[in-house]
Design a protein around this ligand. Structure first.
Ligand code: E4P
Length: 218
């Protein structure tokens, strides 16, 4: 399973990229706003730090302007993936960009029907938002199960399931058990995945006993 970071915070990206665990990055207009940086600058910088796919989202809602924005974003760096919303114009743009050889991440997916349309439009990634579904009392992970079941029923579908709006490590584990291709997570979720109190307790005991031996390795 690939791990993407869902952030536009350069410092967080640098810190976690050095772990070797980060396969890509997703951004969205809200995350760019939070970073306080200029969109195109921040995308270029992320692309230099992480060689994997970096999603950058268009902000227009009509096909013609989305296409122009998508082409501009795609030209920023080889690893840019253009992100478009799951609307009729967004999917038309997805098809056009995909036909030109640009990878597209279709975002704001909340139903299996939408995911099917994105696959038919040539999306490289579909981004179902699990946390936002949970927030309204729906089972976000069920959507992932449904999409995987549909996509795996057709050899012709190459679209990868990119689990988005991840709020905690349990989302990641459930997605991994279902065989989702990617989980994009905020930096704090990736950091949480390292933690277990028995690891801390066990390490403290090992180190205390080692100190009693009076030995060193180096
Ligand atoms: C996906 O690419 C989105 O950027 C993101 O996962 C949205 O998550 P949120 O619901 O926490 O804003």
């Amino acid at each position: 399973m690939k791990f993407f970071l869902d952030t536009a915070d350069i410092n967080e990206i640098k810190e976690l990229a050095s772990s070797g665990l980060v396969d890509g990055v997703t951004t969205n207009p809200s995350l760019v706003m939070k970073s306080g940086r200029k969109f195109l600058d921040v995308v270029k910088e992320i692309c230099e730090i992480v060689p994997g796919p970096i999603s950058a989202e268009v902000i227009s809602t009509d096909h013609k302007t989305m296409l122009a924005e998508g082409r501009k974003l795609a030209n920023l760096a080889k690893n840019v993936v253009v992100k478009v919303p799951l609307t009729p114009d967004g999917l038309r743009t997805c098809k056009a960009l995909s036909d030109e050889g640009t990878r597209v991440n279709v975002t704001l997916c909340f139903s299996p029907a939408q995911a099917l349309l994105a696959a038919k439009s040539g999306a490289t990634y579909i981004s179902p938002f699990v946390g936002r579904l949970d927030d309204i009392g729906t089972d976000g992970m069920q959507l992932i199960a449904d999409i995987i079941q549909i996509y795996r029923s057709y050899d012709t579908i190459r679209t990868e399931v990119l689990v988005a709006s991840v709020r905690h490590p349990i989302h990641v584990i459930q997605a991994a058990k279902m065989g989702a291709d990617v989980a994009t997570m905020p930096p704090n979720v990736l950091k949480m995945m390292f933690n277990h109190p028995l690891t801390d307790k066990g390490l403290a005991a090992f180190l205390a006993d080692w100190a009693k031996t009076g030995q060193t390795i180096l």
